[in-house]
Design a protein around this ligand. Sequence first.
Ligand code: NPG
Length: 379
Amino acid sequence: MTASGLESVELVQVRLPLVEPWVTGAGTMTERDALLVRVELGGVEGWGECVAEVAPTYSSEYVEGAWDVLRRFLVPALLAAAPSRGAEVAGALAAFKGHRMAKAGLEAAVLDAELRAAGVSLAEHLRACSSVGGPPRDRVPAGVAVGISGSVPKLLEEVSRRVEEGYRRVKLKVQPGWDTVPVGAVRERFGDLALQVDANGAYASLGPSAASAVAELDRFGLLLVEQPLADDDLVGHATLARQITTPVCLDEAIVSLETASAALALGACSVVNIKPGRVGGYLEAVRIHDLCAVAGVPAWCGGMLETGVGRAANLALATLANFALPGDLSASDRFWAADVVRDPVRLEPDGTIRVPEGPGSGVEVVDLGPCTLRRCRLG
Ligand code: NPG
């Protein structure tokens, strides 16, 4: 059965307290404002999540801006186009530049409704969209990200907790001044733990000495160093990649199939972090996954402190064959005391997370009343 076109879109801004503060180079976060998108399509409900943060520190998008562009431009255009399939969303919004996280939230919601009506899971659907084969997976290995604690004993305590919980790999946030000492301490304490680091572009501030600072990390046998230089510095990353032995992975730099293609052609990275929000949606994420597979470049699924809505969809994406490394796909309780979905994802004893079963993203949204800041219905 194919659902008929889009009937309405509702934007819901929720605020969820974090179980512990999330500290990065961009500051300390104690709560997450998430922008959820609810659509109705042929009488069926679908949910998506726009992963923009409150401030434009990770990318230029931010919650208030996403809310505005959705209300003013994207949602009216989409209602006029009345798509019945997620695959029609990007085309209907193509006149508007950028705002990929906002677009991704809309596409995810339409896909969810389309697939719920058709009785197909998002994982099955994304597999069908991908040209890369491989057996279906009902669970994926889980990695966990650890913020900048500023104190090595605190860091070791947190990593130890995560390892005991069963996470299969740990990602440490690093920046100039918080790199070799904490990374070395974790390596020494945890032996051959699968370890990687994420700089969110922080080494760009060092200019020409960035390469030697990043090369200092080579001795720790890391899986990868993520986005050491500025978002748009593909040539700089290509040069750096030739100077160090740790594989360079790009995150912020890759915002589309075209930028992924340029990064691979330049040799700017040998691993890619794929985040659906950053690249404008799950279907573009599949195209980038496929491009990487053809190039023999492993990918992994990034995370942006999503609620259970966005995380469920990320888990479906991460089942594709070339998501060869554990993603930032930690359990709901790593960030939230109360998630917005029934049956939030949990870490299995073997360090994996089960992909929710059932049509669409497979999760059911709870009553959002208690955490809702505002809602707006269009259509
Ligand atoms: O598990 O969602 C998670 C956290 C993973 O570190 C993580 N995300 O730079 O990749 C990142 C970072 C991030 C979080 C970026 C929130 C933007 C917003």
